[in-house]
Design a protein around this ligand. Structure first.
Ligand code: FPP
Length: 256
């Protein structure tokens, strides 16, 4: 990349140091609302605005894939009124944004179990996927009713069923085959997983896929998240030394 281009993109890491796939745990909506004396649903609605800002910023920063955690299999244990609000968020988001996503070349995939969701919501999610399936400019994965342990268990069960039915051999199993059975089979593994709100855990998000992801934790609540926070996460990513279990090339001679 030309120096002029780098300086005109202050804070954006240079090519090669940019993550292709960024995943985000959109955390802190409840605390954001509480800090303002607002009901929690308003925090979630502000979270949808932050999602809109992030989806708009990501392609400008050279990101090709964005996976966001919208509703976890554990979120069912929240009060019914909050679950109802969370279930309404995809409709709120797609009503305002789907036409633009479709027009701007964003391919939407919704990963997670459809069981437990209303028929109307399943239709909405499937419609968003179908309407954008031909798009290639940018990829948005929304994890909804998603839990990584459930996804891994489902994948193992499907493979076991295929073995029991004689369609596959146990010896066929390897890392690539297993990855191909997961809900993220169509996506490259995340290079960077970001969690705002100060919490430092994965919370059952992309456990298999995170094997070599860099993790960045940020002290901002998700509803306040914007391009500057994504740029800060990318700058931290660019400063990391990704070795995938090997050693740095500078150290190869010293290793003898
Ligand atoms: C966690 O914050 C956030 C959620 C459970 C929901 C996140 C969803 C969105 C931001 C919008 C999703 C949009 C679509 C299209 C699905 P929390 O409520 O646990 O916050 P807290 O830890 O501060 O209480």
């Amino acid at each position: 990349m030309a120096a002029a281009e780098i300086s005109s993109n202050a804070g954006v890491p240079q090519d090669g140091a940019r993550p292709l796939h960024v995943a985000v745990v959109m955390d802190g909506n409840g605390r954001w609302a509480k800090q303002r004396g607002l009901p929690r649903p308003l925090g979630h609605r502000a979270g949808v605005e932050a999602l809109r800002r992030t989806v708009s910023a990501a392609p400008k920063l050279g990101i090709g894939w964005l996976t966001v955690f919208g509703f976890s299999t554990e979120n069912w244990s929240r009060p019914a009124a909050e679950v109802a609000e969370l279930m309404a968020l995809p409709k709120r988001y797609f009503e305002s944004d789907l036409a633009r996503l479709e027009r701007e070349g964003v391919r939407v995939r919704v990963i997670g179990r459809r069981e437990g969701l209303s028929d109307e919501l399943v239709r909405l999610l499937e419609d968003a996927q179908a309407r954008t399936a031909h798009n290639t400019v940018f990829n948005l994965n929304i994890a909804f009713n998603y839990g990584s342990q459930t996804d891994i268990a489902d994948a193992a069960r499907r493979f076991a069923e295929d073995v029991a039915a004689g369609r596959r051999q146990p010896s066929e199993m390897n890392e690539a085959v297993f990855a191909g059975l997961l809900a993220t089979a169509d996506s490259p593994p995340p290079d960077l997983i970001v969690r705002p709100s100060g919490e430092q855990r994965l919370s059952n998000f992309l456990l298999w896929e995170a094997a070599y992801a860099e993790l960045v934790f940020q002290d901002v609540l998700w509803p306040d998240y914007g391009q500057e926070h994504l740029e800060a996460a990318l700058a931290e990513f660019a400063a990391r030394d990704r070795r995938y279990g090997a050693i740095a090339s500078d150290d190869v001679l010293a290793a003898g």
